[in-house]
Design a protein around this ligand. Structure first.
Ligand SMILES: Cc1cc2nc3c(=O)[nH]c(=O)nc-3n(C[C@H](O)[C@H](O)[C@H](O)COP(=O)(O)OP(=O)(O)OC[C@H]3O[C@@H](n4cnc5c(N)ncnc54)[C@H](O)[C@@H]3O)c2cc1C
Length: 430
């Protein structure tokens, strides 16, 4: 087992973006962060004729955008429909949830129109219910989404579960037909090439070290020199730090990870995912899993294991969760184990807009593939003052977190509490 190696790198080792030849003294817009959010924003701004520079601290693909699970879908909301209605009322809840579908529709159209090849496939997702109570909640929520948003959704009882997943672990589950997957690193590479072609100047290995306001705009100090930008976009999501404090002080960074199995026999792959679906499960700390686009391996991920633990510790924790669902993988080894950071927000919602004098989009709470590409387009429209720039998330307050220095520690304690509660629920299930 390789130490911290990302499976997606096997397929696309080099994203192949060279740094722009020179940094101008001034640009219209400086974008900090070269993931999906930064690249999507850059594409639309550059196409509108703005001079754009994208600064990425590492190689393109250092952050989440080249190390995620590549699971796509409407990614509704971490609070669930009932939690949202309790907080915002039914009208706002519908508007927020509809944005998930808008994001997915936009994502699908954008990939097709731009001819971006990234193994995008909506084969549906089966979300297993760990307990009977979870099954009933999922059925109620699914029905509500079907009735109010027209979401294609079906509940599958335990007796028919084997047609969806090669497991008897769950008490049944739901199929979300508008979910699927991409190859995340290929997607990022395609977006980066698109941004470059649109005329954006890309600067990999060029962290922004410092920002200072002056009369002309903002002076950014970077490894390639100094530049003055009329507008600044912070697209650093979970990789924000004090240099990009507008985002950093509003999000909690949570450590998460994934593993890839060694290649599996075709008949075993068909048994595990008879319809080529991706998977999730109920619970507070849950596992997501999916076949690779070539249908030769499985990838499992989530917040299992000790935050900050090494590759072996993470692999052991994922193996325990995997074997609970697929005991038939007992003999299977892992070829890749890796980790990454996701950005959580106080209200469990992603955010977009202007804070502390910079534009930003992020806080995707672990579901940012479709959302970031959509928010990048919306953010560019906001900066350009164009129509159709609004989202239902615009008026959600995005305040700095209280007790920010303790946020990561607090999240670790909360994670342990959730793990304990999940274990208790599993022990007491019939
Ligand atoms: C293991 C894992 C699995 C996931 N699985 C899924 C999934 O299946 N589906 C889903 O929807 N979402 C998933 N996510 C979340 C998803 O990957 C993210 O929401 C999304 O990639 C965020 O994109 P981004 O462009 O906003 O941020 P990133 O891709 O993280 O980009 C931010 C970039 O900013 C750069 N940066 C930071 N500071 C500076 C600076 N000072 N100067 C210059 N650059 C800087 C960083 O190097 C980084 O590359 C997963 C995340 C992880 C970690």
């Amino acid at each position: 087992m390789a130490e911290q190696s990302v499976y997606w790198d096997e397929e696309v080792l080099h994203i192949g973006i060279a740094a722009a030849s020179a940094l101008p003294k001034t640009v219209d817009i400086a974008i900090i962060g070269g993931g999906y959010t930064g690249m999507a924003t850059a594409i639309h701004l550059a196409r509108a004729g703005r001079q754009v520079a994208v600064f990425e601290a590492g190689e393109i693909g250092t952050g989440c955008s080249a190390r995620n699970g590549g699971m796509v879908g409407p990614s509704f909301h971490k609070l669930g429909t009932q939690g949202l209605i309790a907080r915002y009322g039914e009208t706002k809840t519908l508007a927020l949830l509809r944005e998930g579908l808008n994001a997915l529709d936009y994502f699908e159209d954008f990939l097709r129109e731009e001819n971006l090849d990234c193994d995008f496939r909506l084969a549906g997702r089966f979300r297993g219910s760990r307990t009977q109570a979870d099954y009933e909640v999922q059925a109620r929520e699914g029905d509500w989404l079907k009735q109010n948003l027209g979401l294609p959704f079906d509940m599958i009882p335990k007796s028919e579960q084997r047609s969806e997943i090669g497991s008897d672990f769950y008490k049944g589950g739901g199929v979300y037909h508008r979910d699927g997957g991409v190859q995340p690193r290929t997607l990022l590479a395609a977006l980066a090439r698109c941004a470059e072609k649109a005329g954006a100047l890309l600067f990999p290995n060029c962290a922004v070290e410092n920002m200072q306001k002056d009369r002309e705009g903002t002076i950014l100090k970077t490894r390639a020199g100094q530049v003055t930008a009329t507008e600044v976009v912070v697209a650093t999501n979970a990789y924000s730090d004090r240099r990009t404090s507008a985002m950093h002080k509003r999000i909690v960074r949570i450590d998460t990870g994934a593993v890839a199995t060694e290649p599996l026999a075709p008949e075993l792959m068909r048994e595990l995912s008879p319809k080529g679906r991706t998977f999730g499960e109920s619970g507070r700390i849950f596992m997501w899993f999916r076949p690779t686009p070539d249908m030769r391996r499985f990838i499992f991920g989530g917040r299992m294991g000790r935050p900050g633990g090494d590759a072996q510790q993470r692999a052991n924790a994922v193996r325990a969760s995997m074997l609970r669902v697929f005991p038939q993988l007992d003999h299977v080894g892992f070829s890749h184990v890796w980790s990454g950071n996701v950005a959580y927000t106080g209200d469990h919602a992603p955010h977009i807009g202007r804070e502390d004098g910079v534009w930003l989009a992020g806080g995707y709470c672990g579901s940012g593939v479709t959302r970031s590409v959509y928010f990048g387009m919306k953010l560019a429209r906001k900066i350009l003052g164009q129509r159709h720039s609004d989202t239902a998330f615009d008026d959600l307050p995005f305040s700095p977190l209280p007790f920010r220095p303790f946020a990561e520690f607090g999240a670790k304690v909360l994670t342990k509490w959730y793990v304990w509660q999940d274990a208790r629920d599993l022990r007491s299930r019939q």
